[in-house]
Design a protein around this ligand. Structure first.
Ligand SMILES: Cc1ncc(COP(=O)(O)O)c(C=O)c1O
Length: 358
């Protein structure tokens, strides 16, 4: 039987639970500050310049969250009453409180992808052309890595193929790249290989890169100027935002390559789970730091299973009635993954014994 190795809580709910590093906290203390609504915060300006350069775009804009980054970007790419194509399981569609409709005034057109990747021919069929009756499609959104598909990668080749359809119809291509560095590190390629095919994108500092707050929108100068005004309208204009930007600079300089460790740990976790009778997992979908698995083979639903794990100091997220998500990140070591596997093996064994007895 599993005995608690220590009282350490192994929190696999999300990579957003990462805390800032000591160096980040020091950088916050010593950051040079100014009023960013006047575009006078030197630390914010430096981070934005770095981000634009890294993504091979003209300009960048710091915003408080990934959700705001997506909303501001959708609004900057469209007019109210337009429609936007997005993957049917995308974060924008499922987890952003419907802001795309209720605030941006956009009709979302969900297109089912394969492991988060939409086929260009399916996107083409979904496009609504301009006429008196219709909400004209002006935008296509992709998500990279794809969260609900299990951290899967939309490859540069996939994006290039989609961008061809997008160009043919004169639309814009936007990437919710909340975890785009995970994709780049996993494919051992430059992030520009992904960004070169999209018009604009956002990425998060506050996930695997360990910053406490912040996401960055990147695109042309003109797009970012529009986004700056919309950010202000939504209440996202910040003053001495250098305190957010300072850890962001460290993230871009030092935190990207270590994502590989998270991917290795996710692999170990996934392969271990695949060995446990009653757990279903598609190992093909485990490409980065997210592990999604199904417990429909056990006589328990995800909510109760998670409750039991919590009693063993293991935290996970319910992702549907029988699905569970675990995410690796800085602070989760190989030995933690092994401990989690031992806990799950033991819990599953006990569940099976209980079913046999009843
Ligand atoms: C793919 C994706 N996009 C956007 C977001 C939103 O980010 P935030 O939680 O900073 O609003 C998330 C958050 O998990 C996400 O996974």
């Amino acid at each position: 039987m599993y005995s608690s190795r220590s009282s350490k809580i192994i929190d696999l709910r999300s990579d957003t639970v990462t805390l800032p590093t000591e160096e980040m906290l020091e950088a916050i203390k010593s950051a040079e500050l100014g009023d960013d609504v006047f575009e006078e915060d030197p630390t914010v300006n430096r981070l934005q310049e770095m981000a634009a350069k890294k993504m091979w775009k003209e300009a960048a804009l710091l915003v408080p969250s990934g959700t705001m980054a997506n909303l501001v970007s959708v609004m900057s790419n469209t007019r109210r009453g337009d429609s936007a194509i997005l993957e049917a399981e995308s974060h924008i569609y499922w987890h952003e409180v419907g802001g795309i409709s209720s605030i941006a005034g956009i009709l979302p057109l969900p297109v089912k992808g394969d492991m988060g990747v939409m086929k260009p021919e399916d996107v083409e069929v979904a496009i609504i052309l301009s006429d008196i009756h219709s909400a004209e499609t002006t935008l296509v959104c992709i998500e990279n890595t794809h969260n609900r598909a299990g951290g899967t990668i939309v490859t540069p080749k996939n994006i290039q193929a989609l961008s061809k359809v997008v160009r043919d119809y004169g639309l814009s291509l936007y990437m919710d790249g909340a975890r785009i560095f995970n994709a780049a590190v996993a494919l051992k390629t430059d992030v520009r290989d992904f960004t070169r095919h999209v018009d604009n994108l956002m990425f998060c500092l506050s996930k695997g890169l360990s910053c406490p707050i912040g996401s960055i929108i990147v695109g042309t100068e003109e797009f970012i100027e529009k986004a700056r005004k919309i950010r202000k309208m939504l209440g996202g204009g910040m003053r001495q935002a250098g305190v957010i930007a300072a850890p962001g600079i460290i993230a871009l300089e030092k935190m990207i390559s270590r994502l590989e460790e998270d991917h290795k740990n996710a692999r170990v976790l996934a392969e271990g789970l695949a060995m446990i009778d009653g757990i279903k997992i598609n190992l093909r979908s485990v490409q980065t730091n997210i592990v999604l698995f199904d417990i429909s083979g056990l006589s328990i639903d995800a909510e109760k299973f998670i409750e039991i794990l919590r009693k063993h100091n293991v935290l996970a997220l319910e992702f549907g009635r029988t699905k569970i998500r675990m995410v690796t990140h800085r602070g989760i070591e190989r030995e933690d993954v092994e401990a989690v596997l031992t806990v799950i093996e033991d819990v599953v064994k006990r569940l099976k014994t209980e079913v046999r007895k009843s």
